[in-house]
Design a binder for this molecule. Structure first.
Ligand code: FPP
Length: 267
């Protein structure tokens, strides 16, 4: 049995700080950016193309976001590729998205590896076809030792699913537990290997979290842009980072306390 707070073999102890337990280290450049890539369908419609053409252009935007993050020294990029609710889309679009994930994994993993990218996929992947599942497993294994950027793709992911799967696995390991503390559950969450996102971006004009990283976004800075995902380039990423830099990250403290802490750091 795994002792409380130390996680299990699939969920190593998080080396990162919790935003509700302590003030996490944070600097000018976000360490972790999480993105809801919205607007592929509308982009395609504007070009009089089928929706899948928008998703294909979305893959190109993923490539450019990965490069931009590497160039800017951002350690973690997390992308919401398919939510647990996206199964509600027309079957044809779901099938085409699955094909797109399969071909992206087949064609891109070696390039990611050469660029020092570790790929992780979080979500209920058991619902995917065996071929896609084995491609995911191979890609994760192949890139496991890379340290430049951790690219997490959330697929068949939902924030509520994540909290519930963590709770279920925790209870299995600790059937006699009478209460659960945050630090007990954190190692069981799907992204226990990553710090909490500093910056959350949603493209495509909607202003909602849509069941993304509900636990992990507790103190993330939120940034919404009308830019459609296929048009989201390095300059658009920089605009988000500039907005992030202008935020005062108080983590529950007063403005005066934040200033005092800054002065203490400099002294
Ligand atoms: C939302 O746009 C986008 C998706 C549900 C799919 C995202 C997938 C990709 C960008 C391609 C594959 C990604 C990887 C990581 C290989 P939407 O269809 O909801 O757009 P709309 O709101 O304009 O209709």
């Amino acid at each position: 049995m795994t002792p409380i707070g130390t996680g299990d073999k699939n969920s190593p102890v998080p080396p990162h700080q919790s935003s509700t337990q302590t003030i996490p280290a944070h600097g000018e450049v976000p360490q972790h950016i999480a993105i809801i890539m919205d607007g592929n369908g509308r982009w395609a419609k504007r070009q009089h193309l089928p929706r899948i053409a928008g998703h294909r252009r979305g893959v190109e935007a993923v490539r450019s976001a990965v490069t931009a993050c590497i160039e800017r020294g951002i350690g973690y990029l997390t992308l919401f590729a398919f939510s647990s609710e996206n199964w509600r889309r027309p079957a044809e679009e779901v099938a085409l998205l699955m094909q797109l994930f399969t071909s992206a994994l087949t064609n891109e993993v070696e390039k990611l590896h050469r660029n020092g990218v570790r790929l992780r996929v979080v979500g209920g992947t058991q619902r995917f076809a065996p071929k896609l599942r084995s491609l995911i497993e191979e890609a994760e294994q192949h890139t496991a030792a890379n340290t430049r950027l951790t690219l997490t793709v959330a697929a068949n992911y939902g924030g509520r699913w994540d909290i519930l799967q963590a709770m279920s696995r925790f209870m299995k390991d600790h059937p006699a537990a009478k209460e659960v503390r945050e630090e007990d559950l954190a190692p069981y969450l799907a992204m226990s290997y990553a710090p909490e996102p500093d910056l959350f971006i949603r493209t495509g004009g909607e202003q909602r979290i849509s069941n993304f990283l509900l636990w992990q976004l507790a103190y993330s800075e939120l940034y919404f842009t009308d830019t459609l995902w296929p048009d989201f380039d390095a300059a658009a990423l920089d605009a988000a980072i500039v907005s992030y830099r202008g935020r005062e990250r108080r983590f529950g403290r007063t403005s005066d306390q934040v200033e005092q802490a800054k002065r203490a750091e400099v002294a």
